[in-house]
Design a protein around this ligand. Structure first.
Ligand code: PGA
Length: 218
C-alpha cells in the first residue's frame, strides 16, 4: 500500500486523475471501477480536461460503478446513473455499451447482483477501482461491520450514512434506506485500488482504517 498526502482537495484530484489517466494510457481497454459522491468530482473534471486536450481516449474503456441507491430510477437526479452521466460520461468518448451501473429499480435483486459480478469477471476483473470512504468508514455502501466475503448485494444503509447523504436530498426522510453495492470481496478482487479521502471530516475514518484493528472499526 502506498499512502500519498497532498496539500488540498485540488492537488488530490489532480494526482488521482493522473493515476486514472496512466491506467487508461497504459491499457486502452482497461476496466475501471468508479465511485460517486463529492470526493471524486474534481478528479472527473480533471479527466474531462485531459480528454479535451486529446490526452485520453476512453473508446475502449469499460466501467463498473460501485453502487446505486435501491428503489430510484436512472433518471432521478439523486441516482448514481444520473451523477455519472452528468459529471463524467457525457463529456468523454466512452461507449454507452461499456458503462455498467447497477439497476436500482430491479425486481430481481439477487439476479441483478449475480449478473453484475459475472460481468465484472467476464470483463477480466477491475484493473483500477476508485473509492471514496464514508465518515463512518464505509466503502461503497459496505458499512464497517459487514461480512468481508460478500459480493454485490443489497445493503441496508447505516443511520450515519443516511444522515451524511441527506445533504444531497430535500430532507433526511427522502434518502433511500437501502442500496445495491459491490461487496468487499468484489472490491478486493480489483487489481489496483485508489482510495481518496479529503477534509477534516474524513480524518477519523482514515486514521482508523490505517491504524486500528478491523474488528474494532465500528
Ligand atoms: P463523499 O462520500 O465523497 O461524498 O464524501 C464518500 C462515501 O460516502 O463513500
Amino acid at each position: 500500500m502506498k499512502i500519498v498526502t497532498v496539500d488540498d482537495y485540488s492537488e488530490m484530484s489532480k494526482f488521482a486523475a493522473k493515476i486514472v489517466a496512466s491506467q487508461v494510457i497504459l491499457k486502452d481497454n482497461s476496466v475501471l471501477g468508479l465511485a460517486t459522491g463529492d470526493t471524486p468530482l474534481q478528479m472527473y473534471r480533471e479527466l474531462i480536461n485531459l480528454y479535451n486536450e486529446e490526452e485520453l481516449d476512453f473508446s475502449k474503456i469499460t466501467t463498473f460503478n460501485l453502487d446505486e441507491y435501491y428503489g430510484i430510477s436512472e433518471d432521478n437526479p439523486h441516482s448514481y446513473h444520473y451523477y455519472m452521466k452528468n459529471n463524467f460520461f457525457k463529456f468523454i468518448n466512452i461507449a454507452d455499451s461499456n458503462i455498467n451501473i447497477l439497476d436500482g429499480k430491479t425486481k430481481d435483486i439477487e439476479r441483478e447482483c449475480k449478473a453484475y459480478d459475472n460481468k465484472i469477471a467476464a470483463a477480466g476483473g477491475i484493473d483500477l477501482q476508485v473509492l471514496g470512504i464514508g465518515v463512518n468508514g464505509h466503502i461503497g455502501f459496505n458499512e464497517p461491520d459487514v461480512n468481508f466475503e460478500a459480493e454485490t448485494h443489497l445493503v441496508k444503509l447505516d443511520e450515519k450514512t443516511v444522515e451524511s447523504n441527506a445533504r444531497f436530498f430535500a430532507s433526511k426522510e427522502d434518502v433511500p434506506t437501502s442500496a445495491l453495492s459491490m461487496g468487499i470481496k468484489t472490491i478486493m478482487q480489483s487489481k489496483k485500488i485508489l482510495l481518496l479521502a479529503s477534509g477534516p471530516k474524513k480524518a477519523e475514518a482514515v486514521f482508523k482504517m490505517l491504524k486500528e484493528d478491523v474488528k474494532r472499526f465500528v
